[in-house]
Design a protein around this ligand. Structure first.
Ligand code: NAD
Length: 283
């Protein structure tokens, strides 16, 4: 079987072009969308992620603020900054880059973000809205994956979907989105026995674990759609996903590459949520 590679980078470019038009229309009415990214400490990976987000904001025409706070920032200080951003009319979206230093309670911080500015979709109100099928802001990675699946024209209704990973930012919201589209969803995780028995049944597999090439060709059903969320740096510096990409070529019907798959769409959905937040305020 010829495997189609789902080009996340190309879809991200098309999606960003449409978002640029919407951002431009808002700016023309004096309501330029604005995003604030709050980073505590100097985790190098977080720095790279936030810089990428700021760069894409500029590309789409979103005003952005990168708020860098020292690692010693107290929880009370951070909550104070978030309250100020909640009240700032230039800012429509607020993201708190995770992980936070250990002395800060992530849950309390995420709950402090005003739900109508929570463009990461991590506030309990937005998590609950997604669970009941009335989403406002959907977490960016699973939202981007749904766009990629939609772009391929693959029907989800009645399909068996297996998600590997149960995190709040990827696995769980992914399960909700696929469930709402009529898929029969299984979530596997670190305690799952015989992972392959589950993944081999799947019409759609989403791997969100963070283990290089955990999913080999023997774990994938012929003709399955394989979505690789993992980002893993090998000792030689090479970036790979959770799927043995070369091994599933010829077996899967579709696969996402790493890099150039889920990553570019994740950042793009953050822009989409921010533009939407500004439109909702403008309405
Ligand atoms: P996480 O560490 O919060 O969760 C990992 C999950 O994998 C856990 O639920 C755990 O139970 C499960 N797991 C661990 N070992 C397992 C095993 N052997 N078998 C089955 N399940 C196992 O991670 P996360 O934040 O969800 O991220 C997962 C991966 O996706 C990471 O590599 C991360 O860098 C990447 N990621 C990529 C993007 C993107 O935009 N492409 C976005 C978010 C996360």
């Amino acid at each position: 079987m010829e495997t189609r590679i789902i080009d996340g980078a190309a879809l991200a470019r098309r999606t960003r072009a449409a978002l640029t038009e919407r951002a431009t229309a808002l700016t023309a009415r004096g309501r330029q969308p604005g995003l604030a990214a709050v980073q505590v400490g100097d985790d190098p990976a977080s720095k790279v992620y936030v810089r990428t987000k700021m760069r894409v904001c500029a590309e789409v025409g979103i005003y952005s603020e990168h708020i860098e706070l020292p690692a010693a920032t107290t929880e009370a200080e951070l909550l104070g900054r978030i309250r100020a951003l909640n009240a700032d009319p230039r800012i429509h979206g607020i993201l708190v880059q995770l992980p936070l230093p250990k002395h800060i309670g992530s849950d309390r911080v995420l709950e402090a973000v005003a739900p109508e500015k929570d463009v990461d979709g991590f506030h309990p109100e937005n998590v609950g809205r997604l669970a009941i099928g009335a989403p406002r802001f959907v977490p960016c990675t699973p939202a981007g994956i749904m766009e990629m699946l939609a772009a391929t024209g693959i029907a989800l209704d009645g399909r068996d979907a297996v998600i590997v990973g149960r995190s709040n930012i990827v696995g769980k919201p992914m399960a909700m989105l696929l469930l709402h589209q009529g898929a029969t969803v299984t979530i596997c995780h670190s305690r799952t026995r015989e992972l392959g028995d589950h993944t081999r049944r799947a019409d759609i597999v989403v791997a969100a674990v963070g283990r290089p090439q955990l999913l080999g060709a023997d774990m994938v059903k012929p003709g399955a759609v394989v979505i690789d969320v993992g980002i893993n740096r090998l000792p030689d510096g090479k970036l790979v996903g959770d799927v043995a990409f070369d091994a599933v070529l010829g077996k899967a019907s579709h696969v996402t590459p790493v890099p150039g798959g889920v990553g570019p769409m994740t950042v793009t959905m953050l822009m989409a949520n921010t533009v939407r937040a500004a439109e909702l305020r403008d309405a």
